[in-house]
Design a binder for this molecule. Structure first.
Ligand code: ATP
Length: 352
């Protein structure tokens, strides 16, 4: 069993609270992504898990063992970093074999395991090359092979794709996903790239200011963000937020945005009267150029053709909103638009 439990883990550097009372349970074989903006504590959390930092509070468990007081080499984990840090004077084979040889694994076994790991990351034909003779993506695959060859209970990765160019990132992302699914190793993966997080994770732990704000499947984190921060951080474009008001007037509650009554399915019973933030994703808005019933009026500001669709920036009163529309939608700047939100996709947030 290689489940991971972080129980109330905190880390303070001087006066900076890098990790603040984090609770996290990662199931055996799960691919967990830690996602958040620069400085939110992702790397520190990973280093606490690896044993490279000691927590100021809380416990770290891997499987049935409390590893809080164990050094990194006794935690049965391997790490892949952003800078692939492969040894330039060693061949691909010797780079991958390095950790096994340090552990004095016998020769035949080293051969067998290196070849298997190299095949998994599709480097089987390049074992005799030196890092200088490899592309960035291949070098990063050496780093991944060097980690998985150790057959660790836990694999930790810190932004392993960020040194690759955009196209290589895309290719390697899919390869990595397939590889980790085959290995079934419990994996924790740090990134600030929300697309990478959505693409790779079984679950995503979204962090801000040292805390985990939401931890859930990519679909839930994207579709039902727990806060404005999560809705704005995940998704391109970010979720739209419009200021609205909850009214009761004795009857069932309703929500208005720019004096227009919205059709919403979201549970409003708990909402007090007054200001709310109405969250809606660009693709959950239907736009028309002719008025239609229950539609919210907007004025087009910018139209960006993105190949498969248009991204429209419009104004609802004074409030900006982004809408996606089919590539052949007849939009142009200053044109009036009529918008309808998919009621099931509307989220309500307290302004605070
Ligand atoms: P990035 O994506 O930029 O790598 P991150 O989310 O991984 O950021 P951390 O590197 O964990 O963030 O840093 C969290 C906070 O702790 C930051 O404010 C950082 O400046 C601080 N910090 C991290 N390591 C140290 C250290 N060794 N000494 C002092 N402060 C540190």
């Amino acid at each position: 069993m290689a489940e991971i439990r972080l129980e109330g883990v905190s880390k303070v550097f001087d006066k900076t609270v890098a990790v603040d009372d984090v609770q996290l349970h990662v199931a055996d074989g799960e691919f967990m992504v830690l996602l958040g903006p620069s400085g939110c504590g992702k790397t520190t959390l990973l280093r606490l898990l690896a044993g490279l930092e000691y927590p100021n509070g809380g416990r770290v468990r891997i499987g049935d063992t409390d590893v809080t007081d164990l050094p990194p080499r006794k935690r049965d984990l391997a790490m892949v970093f952003q800078s692939y840090a492969v040894f330039p004077h060693l061949t691909v084979f010797d780079n991958i074999a390095f950790g096994l040889r340090m552990r004095k694994v016998d020769r035949a076994k080293v051969h067998e395991r290196v070849e298997r790991a190299a095949t998994l990351v599709e480097l089987g034909d390049l074992l005799g090359r030196y890092p200088a003779q490899l592309s960035g993506g291949q070098r990063q695959r050496v780093a991944v092979a060097r980690a998985i060859v150790m057959e660790p209970a836990v694999l930790l990765m810190d932004e392993p794709l960020s040194n690759l160019d955009a196209l290589l990132r895309l290719t390697f992302r899919a390869q990595l996903k397939q590889l980790v699914a085959e290995l079934k190793t419990t994996t924790i993966y740090v990134t600030h790239d929300q697309v990478e997080a959505l693409s790779l994770g079984n679950r995503i732990a979204v962090m801000n200011k040292g805390r985990i704000i939401q931890c859930d499947t990519p679909g839930t984190v994207y579709g039902e963000p727990a806060s404005r921060f999560v809705g704005a951080f995940i998704g391109n474009p970010p979720m739209n937020f419009l200021t609205g008001r909850v009214h009761r007037n004795g009857g069932p509650p309703s929500v208005t945005v720019a004096d227009h009554v919205l059709q919403v399915a979201a549970e409003l019973d708990g909402e007090p009267d007054g200001e709310v933030l109405v969250g809606i994703r660009a693709e959950n808005i239907r736009a028309e150029v002719e008025p239609f019933p229950d539609a919210l009026q907007a004025r087009t500001r910018v139209v960006e053709p993105l190949g498969s669709h248009l991204l429209i920036t419009a104004d609802v009163g004074e409030q900006p909103i982004k809408i996606t529309a089919p590539a052949d939608f007849p939009a142009h700047p200053n044109r009036e638009l009529w918008l309808r939100f998919d009621p099931a996709k509307v989220r309500m947030f307290r302004p605070s």
